[in-house]
Write a protein that binds this ligand. Structure first.
Ligand code: SF4
Length: 526
């Protein structure tokens, strides 16, 4: 691809290495010029206010001492800084708008967990209106229950905690393995199993719905967690089972039937009736989110991408999985993000000194605990256009309330569930995992693919040879970067970055744009 130079002189810091040292946090905050530093500071204050509002509640203070994973939230501000390195103008505002919203959403999730938790708030009336929902589910089966809360307790306990502190899961992985669980599975479900074994999940809800990710680790973890929920806490647990080859026509009737059963299960345990009017309102919102995400991708397919990186993926994750059209707050944020992206595009805003390569990020990513995508951009000028986790639903679902659409709705909910972030690609066969990647490369005008090789995600790594062969045929630069998701003991941050550095120097024969961050002393940082 042709290198694009930023016509604007970058305000503030030119070399980012000055910000890092051996400590837990950065040496100091980034200087971005007066206007952007001031904006960044106001967002810092906003996050302080979100956290302050949370911590003034006595039961939340109690939660800080009861739950080990809560300590990770001391690193929220540092976690936010990971996603904004080198950013200015609209890309900075987009990243803050999206990620601040995600943080506020997670804070609300923790507050809900503590409110219903039998050990803390013990608000029984509230808890009886809650359904524990697997973090690996699109919450589509909750779209017709306006008076029921979906509680995704794994999100604050494991997933979000790991965004802020790369070491957050280590204790729970050790607990799982000390109790005889195998160590060669994905650390994400294994850590969740460890949290359950260590009895470190909040206990609330009148029932639970678990969704299979169809990988060995997820099936193992769900079994352990379901047993504790049902046998110890008396929380009935439904298994919503997404088919493996989810694009095949012959599995759709089964998936829609299973969706009906999940809804009937929630009705039975909550005493609430499915509300079609509410369902179709949520369906409209899902369609609106899809239209806006596709529009963002269209901007990213031009020379001036605006909303990109881990935060693009984290926001989509929150919008589809946790929200699924149920929370009206997303409408405003989606619209704001769109407006900022359009403005940034019109002004040809760039997020780095130059763009040398247009890159699709594929595979399951540890980018939550490492600022890899922003680093690739600032260090090597490699623009992360989009990632595997953001390539979810692309089609419109039925949104008018008619008798035919009420039947179609079960298929649409099943489709959303089958297209759950991560599972839709890692466990749908070679067409969704390998073939569609090349279509996205074409659509986004990418000349490079950065392949996260998550060594425990076997369905994905099994395709290694096919990716190699097909990338070569198409003349796409394919950079393999191995990691073990949320276990930094296997691959440290620098071990991850070194794989990229080596490729850029030895294969691409390039020199970094900012050599001061090629090697960083941040392996011990949160
Ligand atoms: S990353 Fe792979 S192995 Fe881990 S939970 Fe997802 S699909 Fe399963």
């Amino acid at each position: 691809m042709t290198t694009i130079q930023n016509p604007r002189e970058k305000k503030g810091e030119h070399t980012l290495g000055v910000l890092y040292d051996e400590g837990k946090v950065r040496r100091r905050r980034e200087w971005r010029g007066v206007k952007d530093t001031f904006y960044d500071y106001t967002r810092w204050l906003y996050l302080v206010s979100v956290l302050a509002k949370f911590i003034v509640k006595p039961r939340n203070v109690k939660g800080m001492f009861r739950y080990r994973w809560m300590a990770n939230y001391l690193a929220v501000m540092h976690g936010m800084d990971k996603f904004t390195i080198g950013l200015r103008d609209e890309p900075l505002r987009i990243t803050h708008t999206a990620m601040n919203f995600v943080i506020a959403d997670v804070t609300q999730a923790i507050d809900n967990c503590f409110r219903g938790d039998r050990r803390l708030g013990n608000d029984k009336a509230f808890s009886d209106r809650c359904v524990l929902t697997d973090e690996n589910a699109m919450t589509a089966f909750m779209m017709g229950f306006p008076n029921v809360k979906a509680i995704l307790r794994e999100v604050p306990t494991m997933f979000a905690a790991n965004i802020f502190n790369q070491f957050s899961t280590m204790h729970y992985l050790d607990v799982a393995q000390q109790n005889g669980l195998p160590g060669d599975v994905c650390p994400m479900p294994e850590a969740e199993a460890g949290i359950s074994i260590g009895d470190d999940f909040c206990v609330l809800g009148c029932c639970a719905v678990q969704v299979n990710t169809t990988c060995d680790g997820s099936l193992m973890g769900n079994g352990v967690i379901a047993k504790r929920l049902e046998r110890q806490y008396g929380i009935p647990t439904f298994q919503l089972v997404a088919p493996m080859r989810h694009r095949e026509e012959d599995v759709q009737d089964y998936a829609a039937e299973d969706m009906k059963k999940a809804i009937a299960f929630v009705e039975e345990h909550t005493g609430q009736k499915w509300d079609w009017t509410h369902y179709f309102e949520c369906a409209k919102q899902v369609n609106d989110a899809t239209r806006k995400r596709l529009a963002q991708l269209e901007i990213n397919s031009t020379p001036y991408p605006q909303f990109f990186g881990s935060v693009f993926s984290l926001y989509n994750d929150t919008n589809y999985m946790g929200n699924c059209g149920r929370d009206r707050k997303f409408i405003k944020i989606d619209a704001k993000l769109m407006k900022l992206a359009e403005k940034g595009y019109q002004h040809k805003r760039m997020a780095a000194k130059e763009y040398r390569h247009r890159c699709i990020i594929w595979g399951v990513q540890p980018q939550y605990c490492i600022d890899m995508l922003y680093w690739m951009l600032q260090c090597w000028g490699v623009m992360p256009l989009t990632d595997m986790l953001s390539m979810v639903n692309t089609r419109m679902i039925a949104e008018e309330d008619t008798p035919e659409n009420r039947e179609q709705a079960y298929y649409d909910m099943a489709w959303l569930n089958e297209n759950m972030i991560m599972r839709n690609r890692t466990h749908g066969g070679y067409k969704v995992l390998v073939d569609e990647l090349w279509e996205f490369c074409e659509m986004m005008h990418a000349d490079m693919v950065m392949m996260w090789e998550h060594m425990s995600c076997k369905a994905l790594t099994g395709m290694h040879g096919q990716f190699e062969e097909q990338a070569r045929e198409r003349g796409i630069h394919l950079v393999w970067v191995s990691h073990d998701l949320c276990d930094p003991r296997v691959y440290t941050r620098q071990a991850i970055r070194d794989q990229f550095n080596t490729y850029m120097r030895t294969v691409m024969l390039e020199e970094p744009i900012d050599p001061s961050i090629e090697i960083l002393p941040d392996d011990n940082a949160w």
